[in-house]
Design a binder for this molecule. Structure first.
Ligand SMILES: CC(C)(COP(=O)(O)OP(=O)(O)OC[C@H]1O[C@@H](n2cnc3c(N)ncnc32)[C@H](O)[C@@H]1OP(=O)(O)O)[C@@H](O)C(=O)NCCC(=O)NCCS
Length: 185
C-alpha cells in the first residue's frame, strides 16, 4: 500500500489526492485553523491554535505504531503539474474494541471550497476507514454548516440526531448535528 489515495473532482476533470500528514505540514495547517472563516465552520478548533496544539491533535489520530496505516491526510490538488496542499482529512478518536472512529475534514484554502473536493475526500475516507476494519464512522458538524453536511450525506453519512445548543459562536448557541455511516454486513 502506497498510502496515497487518488480522487477526481470537478466532474472528473481535475486530479486530487490524499497523502499522509507529516510534521512539515503543521505550520500550514495551524494557519488554516486560525483563519476566522474556516474556524467559524470547523467545529473542533474553535479557539486560536498553536504549533503544539497541532502536535496534540495529530497525536490523537495516531497510536505511535509506526507500521500502522496513517489516519491523517493532507488533501492536495494538481495545479500545473504540481501537488498543492489545500486541506486535511483524518480519522480520529477511534475505539478499537468497538471498531468505530470519527471523521473530520477541512479545506483550508478557501479558493477551493465548493468544487467537490470535500465530497470526494469524504467518499475516499469512508472507503479507506472500512478497509481498515472500522464498522462505523461518525462525524459532527455545526448545524449551520450546510456544505459540510451535504458533502457528508453525498458520501453516505446519515443524520443521527442533534445535540442542542452545543456550539457557541458569534455570541449565540447553535445545535450540532451527529452523522454516521455504518458498514453494511
Ligand atoms: C466542509 C468542506 C470540507 C466541504 O468541502 P467542499 O469541497 O467545499 O464541498 P463540496 O464542493 O464537495 O460541496 C458539497 C455539497 O455542498 C453543497 N454546497 C456547495 N457549496 C455550498 C454553499 N456555498 N452553501 C451551501 N451548500 C453548498 C452542495 O450540495 C455540494 O454538493 P454538489 O457538488 O452536488 O453541489 C469545506 O467547505 C470546508 O472545509 N469548509 C470549512 C471547514 C469545515 O466546515 N469543515 C467541516 C467541519 S464538520
Amino acid at each position: 500500500m502506497t498510502n496515497i489515495i487518488d480522487f477526481l473532482f470537478q466532474r472528473g476533470e481535475q486530479r486530487g489526492h490524499l497523502r499522509p500528514v507529516n510534521r512539515n505540514d503543521w505550520a500550514q495547517i495551524v494557519g488554516w485553523w486560525n483563519d476566522p472563516e474556516v474556524r467559524h465552520l470547523y467545529d473542533v478548533h474553535f479557539v486560536n491554535q498553536t504549533f503544539s496544539d497541532a502536535e496534540k491533535w495529530f497525536r490523537k489520530t495516531e497510536t505511535g505504531e509506526e507500521d500502522r496505516e496513517p489516519r491523517s491526510f493532507m488533501i492536495e490538488v494538481e495545479v500545473n503539474g504540481k501537488w498543492v496542499p489545500v486541506g486535511t482529512a483524518e480519522l480520529y478518536s477511534e475505539r478499537p474494541s468497538h471498531k468505530t472512529v470519527e471523521f473530520g475534514f477541512m479545506i483550508g484554502d478557501k479558493n477551493w471550497w465548493g468544487k467537490g473536493i470535500g465530497t470526494e475526500t469524504a467518499k475516499k475516507m469512508v472507503e479507506y476507514g472500512f478497509t481498515l476494519g472500522y464498522h462505523r464512522i461518525g462525524a459532527v458538524s455545526a448545524a449551520y454548516n450546510v456544505r459540510s453536511m451535504n458533502a457528508l450525506q453525498k458520501a453516505g453519512f446519515q443524520i443521527e440526531g442533534i445535540r442542542k445548543s452545543y456550539v457557541f459562536r458569534d455570541g449565540q448557541y447553535h445545535d450540532q448535528t451527529f452523522m454516521s455511516v455504518v458498514k453494511e454486513v
